[in-house]
Design a protein around this ligand. Structure first.
Ligand SMILES: Cc1cc2nc3c(=O)[nH]c(=O)nc-3n(C[C@H](O)[C@H](O)[C@H](O)COP(=O)(O)OP(=O)(O)OC[C@H]3O[C@@H](n4cnc5c(N)ncnc54)[C@H](O)[C@@H]3O)c2cc1C
Length: 451
């Protein structure tokens, strides 16, 4: 008798992982605590419940990274995507879903699968035996959260994210901004040039503070509380504490000289720090925010040098249990210290329904292949799936790791293509063409191995 695979959490990731492993011929026990134990966001006992919006975002697989991820999951006969397609609602280029029938069908399909057993139980430990995938999501139950923190070290598991906006490096105007670390600190030239700095005059700073204070903000969901953030306040809350607070905090102008205007002392400076090994993404340091997305782009484009900025992701602060995956997980999504344990979904530091289901798909296949004695390589770096898994398990900066959506900034650049806004469509098509070829090849190899 082959070993059973245990999966904890029947959300987007756990449901997809269970389906993939079962379809490969592995018996799965799916442990889901709902409806016995609830969360503040879930309403039902269904598997794959969409807790908030009913959108899987763009379905454009030619010029959009999340659309490319849809394509890869469909190519792998993913349960979440193929069921979503059957419950699609009109939404232009987006994939919107009729949430209750969608979740009901995922639940019925898994419960009817001869290789899947669904157990309504809360798991509160990381077992030392058998293979397990933990896909317990942003609202992992407190008892399990404590067990994970014990196994990984408390500082390696966060219970809130604090996401600063991330900008595509190529969209920053380096005619205004410049590279320099404060006081030129650092052993190497790369370290002394680690930050990109955007200067502000007094008038620009005052207008920026006015805009921050006036911007539309999102509220915390019922059940979330805001008292966690003292070390990590939203930028607009800092601004509300006093007009000069930011100038003495993340926007302090000291230790920096603007080479474009060496005789002019900036009144304030916004700093951006490299966010991935490829150097394609930069986060705006200390700018975690609860401003609405539309307001964020308007306000952040007031920053000199960011007038034309394109955002790989906007800022946010949410209740969100997630691991420091670059430190803890290998590229097979296994806990380095306890390799019988895998993680999948939002708890690995990806963000969103689609990305979470994608990490479930990958973890399910990798774990099942291991049980069948035919271990698979992880997803190829040029696929959207691979770009994401390589980012969270290695490419991202571990020290400042925050959850990530899939985006083209995670893709290895295609040589010989025009940079900047003008060449964007051609570049995106080149990324998605290359991704499709890489993903097809991986699936073909996986099928051969499993045959
Ligand atoms: C309030 C809120 C709003 C959100 N809105 C959106 C949105 O609009 N769009 C979007 O793309 N993403 C949104 N997200 C993120 C969203 O949760 C993820 O995108 C997605 O649901 C994550 O999938 P997952 O499988 O990792 O986790 P989930 O889908 O949350 O699934 C985890 C499952 O694990 C179960 N579980 C937890 N602990 C245990 C345990 N100890 N034992 C057994 N079972 C357990 C839970 O009951 C749950 O069913 C939101 C998150 C929150 C908290």
């Amino acid at each position: 008798m082959t070993e059973k695979l245990h999966i904890v959490g029947g959300g987007m990731a756990g449901s997809e992982a269970a389906w993939q492993a079962a379809q490969m011929g592995v018996d799965v026990v799916l442990h889901e605590m709902r409806p016995k134990v609830g969360t503040f966001a879930h309403r039902t006992g269904h598997l794959a419940e969409m807790v908030c919006s009913n959108s899987f975002r763009s379905d454009d697989d030619a010029e959009n990274a999340v659309g490319q991820l849809h394509w890869e999951m469909r190519a792998a006969q993913g349960l979440v995507m193929t069921t979503a397609d059957r419950h699609r609602l009109p939404a232009g280029g987006a994939l919107a879903v009729d949430r209750d029938p969608f979740a009901e069908e995922v639940t019925a399909t898994l419960r009817a699968h001869p290789r899947v057993t669904v157990q309504e139980s809360e798991i509160t430990e990381l077992p030392g035996e058998s293979r397990w995938i933990f896909a317990t999501g942003p609202l992992t139950s407190p008892a399990l959260g404590e067990a994970i923190a014990r196994a990984t070290g408390a500082d390696q598991l966060a219970f809130f994210d604090a996401i600063a906006p991330i900008v595509y490096a190529e969209s920053i105007d380096m005619g205004t901004a410049w590279r320099q670390s404060r006081y030129d600190k650092g052993e190497t030239e790369a370290e002394r040039q680690a930050y990109i700095n955007c200067p502000m005059t007094k008038d620009q700073y005052e207008a920026f503070i006015d805009a921050l204070l006036a911007a539309d903000k999102t509220e915390f969901h019922e059940g979330e509380t805001a008292d966690y953030f003292d070390g990590c306040l939203p930028i607009e809350v800092m601004a509300a504490r006093g007009r000069e607070t930011l100038r003495h905090g993340p926007m302090k102008p000291v230790g920096l000289t603007n080479p474009h205007k060496p005789d002019e002392k900036p009144h304030a400076v916004v700093q951006l720090r490299r966010d991935n090994a490829l150097g394609t993404l930069y986060n705006i340091v200390g700018f975690q925010t609860k401003m609405k997305y539309g307001a964020q782009t308007d306000v952040f484009r007031m920053i000199p040098g960011l007038e034309e900025a394109r955002f790989a992701r906007l800022g946010g602060i949410h209740r969100n249990t997630f691991l420091n995956s670059p430190t803890l997980l290998d590229d097979q999504l296994r806990l380095r210290a306890l390799p019988n344990i895998r993680f999948a979904g939002q708890i690995t530091g990806v963000e969103g329904y689609v990305e979470s289901a994608a990490m479930g798909l990958l973890a399910g296949r990798l774990a099942a292949a291991e049980i069948l004695g035919q271990a698979l390589p992880t997803a190829p770096a040029d696929s959207a799936m691979g770009a994401l898994v390589h980012h969270i398990t290695g490419g991202a900066e571990a020290r400042t790791f925050q959850p990530m959506n899939v985006n083209f900034g995670l893709f290895r650049p295609v040589e010989g293509l025009k940079g900047g806004r003008k060449g964007r469509r051609e570049r995106y098509r080149a990324y998605t063409d290359r991704a499709k070829a890489a993903w097809r090849a991986w699936l073909a190899g996986a099928a051969l191995d499993a045959a």
